[in-house]
Design a protein around this ligand. Structure first.
Ligand SMILES: [Zn+2]
Ligand SMILES: [Zn+2]
Length: 336
């Protein structure tokens, strides 16, 4: 099959590699859409993922959808030809965390695209059958690939366990921030504010209903603004500090982004005096069935998300676009 392999920073190559074969309990997916996550760009740009340097070429891409084209031993469903979205957090089902239902922190987790595991920027990928979710007829492959980031937003708001009539603030309104705003509307938050420096993204989330939607957190800090739940979706260490400042006493801060730089520094008196709960969320926890339901009921619109599409030959361009964050794009998608 054709696959794009990451060799080192800014060096990705389209190559011919052996087709994967589905093992017991797995299915083979013909990949139709892959959404480039900012975490994919981090590996592409810096050459390591959270300090882990791949020791061999690996295939990136973990937000994806496709068609079921082969079934491994012991797999009865989904049927051949089913269009599926895939949860990329693969768990063992046997460790202490899995037995408590905390599958996203499984001690033996496999994450396609995180070294040494291959991801989906290829024509084919083998996936556990349990991790696949049939897409409704009305959802495109592109929406199918965007279901995973929606799951991340859903999980973050579940972790926040907001009080009734809560006020939400999202720092960062990329795709996950956008999804968090929409989910918060469905969950009955009474007000939703957003901070996003990129004009097009800020206007997009403002049209959805985030008000105020501002370019910098400083304006909110100057105005003495407070929210019951602040979610950090910017992936920036400074945004974590801002989140602590902008949370109400007894409020909750959920760090969803992967902070950059990775070492966080903050004035401990800020969360201590306010007795804040600070939660670091990780990916999603079996939220994708609900995400697919939100799509098919029309409650969440992933169709009008501003995207740009690329081919397997153009993965480097898709990575560059992810970094440049042009105002007319929330996500770059590769259609293999
Ligand atoms: Zn991602
Ligand atoms: Zn486990």
């Amino acid at each position: 099959m054709r696959a794009v392999q990451f060799h080192s920073a800014h060096d990705v190559r389209l190559s011919e590699v052996p087709d994967p074969t589905p093992g017991p309990g797995e299915i083979l997916v013909r990949v139709r859409a892959v959404s480039i996550c900012p975490s994919d760009w981090r590996l592409y740009h810096y050459g390591h993922a959270g300090g882990v340097i791949p020791d061999h070429p690996i295939i990136q891409g973990h937000e994806f959808s496709g068609d079921v084209v082969a079934l491994g031993d012991g797999v009865a469903s989904p049927a051949l030809g089913t269009r599926v979205a895939v949860e990329p957090s693969w768990y063992c089902g046997k460790c202490d965390m899995c037995l408590r239902g905390l599958t996203n922190v499984c001690r033996h987790q496999v994450f396609p695209s995180f070294p040494p595991h291959d991801g989906a920027l290829a024509e084919l990928i083998a996936c556990p059958a349990y991790a696949t979710y049939p897409l409704p007829d009305e959802a495109s492959y592109i929406e199918g690939a965007l279901v995973e980031p929606l799951g991340v937003a859903l999980h973050a708001l579940e972790m926040a366990a907001p009080p009734p009539n809560a006020r939400l603030l999202t720092l960062g309104a990329g795709l996950i921030g956008y999804c968090a705003v929409r989910v918060a509307q469905l969950r009955g938050f009474t007000s939703i504010a957003a901070v996003e420096p990129v004009d097009g993204r800020r206007e997009f989330v403002h049209r959805l209903g985030a008000d105020p939607a501002l370019a910098s957190a400083q304006e909110l800090l100057d105005a003495g603004f407070e929210a019951d739940v602040v979610i950090e979706c910017a992936g920036e260490a400074q945004a974590v500090e801002d989140a602590l400042e902008l949370a109400v006493p007894e409020g909750r801060v959920v760090v969803v982004g992967i902070p950059h730089p990775e070492r966080l520094c903050f004035e401990a008196n800020v969360p201590r005096r306010k007795e804040l709960t600070v939660i670091f969320s990780r990916r999603s926890r079996e939220n994708l069935a609900e995400c697919v339901q939100l799509l098919s009921s029309g409650q969440v619109d992933l169709k009008s998300i501003p995207i740009r599409t690329f081919t397997l030959e153009q993965v480097a361009e898709a990575m560059d676009a992810t970094a440049e964050r042009p105002g007319d794009m929330l996500r770059a998608l590769v259609l293999p």
